[in-house]
Design a protein. Structure first.
Length: 317
């Protein structure tokens, strides 16, 4: 019926401020979308519904390991329902065909690369395209999609937009950033994921015990490096305030970084909340070398090569 794709992300810089009253932390992060992507299709069923969710099931295939929920707790399912609820709120009762979500995952699961957010973003644009086109209704537009995305998760607005951007607030207050050239990354994933809330909680705990974990909320040097297209300058700007917490919870990630550093110098960090580690490389060949070398020495890891920046979520069929 309709197919959309959305890309994963890497946090080139992630500054984490104090916890806010709403439970989230204040962030200053530089996102870059990457070539790894998930593809989502809405497949028409035979029945119809005039209220409630039109989704009757979910099928998942994947090129990456990890468990993906296939019920209404899945973020993509929730995204479809959010768009449907919006349209019904604007236009009254709409009788819809039942649909099945078919999802192919190419973004590592629970790896801090916004795989679930990508599924939600793809579901948002696919459902909006379907309802606006088939029923002759006004589409949500960028602002409407962004507002629904922000209600689904902090990373969903960026994945919806793509490119390179500065994220403030929860990471959903976005300012596009100039980025020249193509950047090549070796991505090392782990068989065992890390819970994002647990990593933030560990950072709070570590900051109570140590005085050397100040927030890094300034991103001017990253902006200068990206606008120049200089690989060396950007390498020196890689930073993640969550890295000490991720390493505390998963000490074996230190080995991943050490092996990667032996091949690439100090050009690697834990990405986002982890456990994925990323290494910025001068070219694709170098990235392939690291993506092969680290798993050969560190059991329980896999390597892949991606490039960025990539685009935002978009309908492809």
């Amino acid at each position: 019926m309709v197919t959309a794709t959305a890309h994963g992300k890497i946090n080139i810089h992630l500054g984490v401020g104090p916890k806010r009253e709403d439970g989230y932390h204040e962030l200053a992060t530089v996102f870059q979308s990457i070539s790894a992507s998930d593809t989502l299709s809405l497949v028409r069923g035979e029945g119809t519904v005039s209220e409630g969710s039109p989704v009757v099931g979910m099928e998942v295939s994947q090129s990456v390991p990890g468990e993906v929920p296939t019920d209404s707790s899945n973020l993509a399912w929730r995204a479809v329902d959010a768009v449907v609820e919006h349209y019904r709120g604007e236009h009254g009762s709409i009788t819809l065909p039942q649909v099945t979500i078919s999802l192919f995952k190419g973004i590592p699961v629970a790896g801090g690369m916004a795989g679930g957010s990508a599924d939600a973003a793809a579901a948002l644009v696919a459902t909006d395209h379907w309802l606006a086109g088939e029923y002759g209704l006004d589409p949500l537009g960028k602002r409407g999609l962004h507002d629904l995305a922000a209600g689904l998760g902090a990373d969903v607005p960026f994945v919806l937009m793509g490119g390179t951007a500065l994220g403030r607030g929860r990471g959903d207050e976005l300012i596009p950033m100039m980025s020249r050239g193509t950047y090549h990354w070796a991505v090392i994933t782990s068989n065992e994921g890390l819970s994002t809330p647990s990593v933030f909680a560990k950072l709070d705990e570590l900051r109570e015990q140590r005085d050397d974990l100040e927030p890094h909320m300034w991103t001017e040097r990253v902006s200068e490096a990206l606008s120049s297209g200089n690989y060396g300058l950007l390498t020196a700007c890689l930073r993640n305030d969550l890295q000490p917490a991720a390493l505390s919870l998963r000490p074996e990630l230190r080995t991943v970084l050490q092996v990667g550093f032996s091949q690439a110098g100090n050009s690697g960090i834990v990405s986002g909340s982890g456990p994925t580690c990323v290494f910025l490389c001068p070219d694709e060949e170098w990235a392939r070398m690291i993506a092969a070398a680290v798993p050969a020495e560190v059991p329980g890891t896999s390597g892949m090569v991606v490039s960025g920046p990539a685009g935002g979520a978009a309908v492809v069929d």
